[in-house]
Structure formats: C-alpha cells, structure tokens
Design a binder for this molecule. Structure first.
Ligand SMILES: Nc1ncnc2c1ncn2[C@@H]1O[C@H](COP(=O)(O)OP(=O)(O)OP(=O)(O)O)[C@@H](O)[C@H]1O
Length: 329
C-alpha cells in the first residue's frame, strides 16, 4: 500500500539530514505509529508522504504508483492522503457540516457523505454548530471526519492528541482508534508519546536522528528492543554497566551492552539469581508506585519503582538473567 524506499531529506544542502535513507512498507489497513523524540524527523517523513515536501533521494509509492522520486512528483491534492493535525485546522467561520463538505465539494453525494462521516465520529447531531462551540476532543473528531470524507487511501494523524489533557487524551485515542479501525483505512499516527503509540498501533516505527532504527509490533518492541534507546522509550530501564554487573555478580558478554527494566528488579526475593544488599536513601511517592533511590553495597546508586509502600531501609535487590536485555552496540 505504502512503500518507502531509501528516502532522504536535508534542509541545509546535505550538511545534515532530517531524514536519512528510510525504507519501510505498510500493508492495506495497517495502523502504525511513528515515534521519536523531538527533531527525529517524524513530521518531515509524513510531510514527504503527503507531498508537502520533496525528497532529496528515494522513492515513495502509494498503491503501486510513484508519488515522489527525483523524476516524479504527484501534488498533495492528488495523493489521496488525509491529514489530521494537532491544532485541528478547522475553518472557524464555517459550521461542522461545511467544514467537512469543504474537501468533497466536487463529489456527487457530498451532503450524504458529510453526514455519514459526522455520524461516524459521533457528531451527526451537532452539524450546525461552529468549531468554537465544541470541546477540543470534539474539534479533533471533526478534523478526523473531514480527513475521512474523501475516502483517503492513507490517513496521517500528526500528534492528534497533544493539545488535550490526560483524561480526554486517553478517551479520544480509544475513540479515534476504533473509528480508524472501523473504516479500515491505512493510518500513520505521529506521536512522541509511547503510551499513545502502544494504545493505537499494530506496528511502531522508531526514528532517531532521521534514521529508522526499529519497526516492529508493539509487543515485540517492548520485549525485544534492538537498542537501549528503544528500550528506554518504552519504560524505565537501567543500563547494566560493568560496575553494576559486578555489584550483582552477573558477568555478561563484554562485546554487547545490557539493560534491565525497572519492573524486573525484585525486592527481598530470595529466589532471584543476582542479588545485592542496598540501602534506601530516598523515597518518592508517585501514587501508583513509589520510586526508591538505592545505594548498593558496592556504592553505586540506582533508582527502582515498587508498589510496596512499606519497604524497610535495608533491603535485598535482585533480578533474573532471563530479564536482561542484550544489545549488539
Ligand atoms: N522547514 C525546515 N527547514 C529547516 N529545517 C527543518 C525544517 N523542517 C524540519 N527541519 C529540521 O529537520 C529535523 C527534523 O525535524 P522534524 O520536524 O521532522 O522532527 P520531529 O520528529 O517531527 O520533531 P517534533 O516532535 O519536535 O515535531 C530537525 O532538526 C528540524 O530542525
């Protein structure tokens, strides 16, 4: 459905690359999330796919047709790519109905289609309202309806939840995910929030400094991250330096680097394979968890999370070999 081949983009004539040699494939109906820290190239990649930028190298194919390459460029309005941005981008002086109608004004059944997509996002009864009469979450659903109205081949949602508070965000991401899945449209969610990514995507693509460093199913990214960077995106992770390996009497392959997830440390569990004594030097209550800053017998400090609020000052802390993550770099 979407094929990206060796795509590169520089904004400074090749001195640095916003996107470097990125290749991947999405099948019809795939819902993927594009994750990476600020400046990693997420927006550049989706703008290239939508035709809002031209690449310096590489090819983009949509349903088999080359839409961007050094020799071909299909303009954005001919690509059948629907866009939803974080700031909704609705026309303030138009009703919801007219906002949705705008992108399909040349279609035969435009009124019926506009009503249909507004119904789909649960706002059919509010079609005569203006954007300022809606909440942020409702405005984002109108933006989604408008993007879906022309039946796009690909839907791109760029940080669609970032203007919303935490409760609304969770509710809206579930609603939007269900709408996207119900329509069967192939979709890319851009987000820097890994919780959003895990909640909405079948597959997650991780960008770092313009390079695609891992593409995998959400569960695999969590259990088999290919770098410490990816591991730490999906939860608190402690790097097992050589000093920590000696503290826990757990010598590991010196050619590789290693880490362990916070939740895989166990407190006062005699059955752990690698254990050391530690002193709790600070407790931070985080609601669901308590964060403990520990000073190990060997002198190093590590911080772990526990659900137990009554941990003594002197504890044993340990982990099992099976939970150690190993990376080739
Ligand atoms: N129009 C532009 N002109 C110059 N540099 C740009 C332009 N657009 C992006 N860049 C640069 O390209 C790199 C990637 O930016 P991009 O916006 O794609 O990252 P991002 O992952 O979407 O970041 P954020 O999460 O902050 O939006 C950054 O170094 C950015 O400064």
């Amino acid at each position: 459905m979407l094929d990206i081949e060796s795509l590169s983009k520089s904004f400074d004539k090749g001195k640095s690359f916003a996107l470097k040699n990125v290749s991947f494939h999405l099948k019809e109906g795939d819902v993927c999330a594009l994750v990476g820290e600020s400046g990693s190239g997420k927006t550049t990649l989706v703008r290239l796919i939508a035709g809002l930028e031209t690449p310096d190298a590489g090819v983009i194919r949509l349903n088999g047709e080359v839409v961007s390459s050094l020799n071909n460029f299909v303009p954005p309005e001919k690509r059948k790519v629907g866009l939803v941005f974080q700031d909704y981008a609705l026309f303030p002086h138009m009703t919801l109905f007219k906002n949705v109608l705008y992108g399909i004004s040349k279609e035969k059944n435009k009124n019926q289609r506009a009503q249909e997509v507004l119904n789909l996002v649960g706002l059919g009864g509010m079609k005569d309202r203006y954007p300022h009469q809606l909440s942020g979450g409702q405005q984002q659903r109108v933006a989604l309806a408008r993007a879906l109205a022309p039946n796009p081949a690909l839907l791109i949602l760029d940080e669609p939840f970032s203007n919303l508070d935490a409760m609304l965000r969770m509710q809206l991401r579930n609603e939007i995910f269900e709408i996207v899945k119900a329509t069967g449209v192939t979709a890319i969610f851009v987000t820097h929030d890994t919780q959003d990514a895990l909640a909405v995507a079948d597959e997650i693509l991780i960008l770092q400094r313009g390079e695609l460093i891992q593409k995998d199913e959400a569960a695999n990214l969590y259990t088999k991250p290919n770098s410490i960077y990816v591991a730490s995106l999906f939860g608190n992770t402690i790097q097992l330096s050589h000093e920590l390996q000696s503290a826990f009497k757990c010598p590991l392959n010196p050619e590789c680097s290693h880490a362990i997830r916070n939740e895989n440390f166990a407190i006062n569990n005699e059955e752990c394979e690698h254990v050391t004594h530690a002193q709790v030097i600070k407790r931070t209550f985080l609601g669901h968890d308590t964060q403990l800053l520990l000073k190990l017998d060997s002198g190093q400090k590590i911080s772990v999370l526990t659900k137990d609020r009554n941990v003594a000052d002197l504890i044993k802390i340990g982990f099992n070999s099976k939970d150690v993550l190993e990376f080739n770099s």
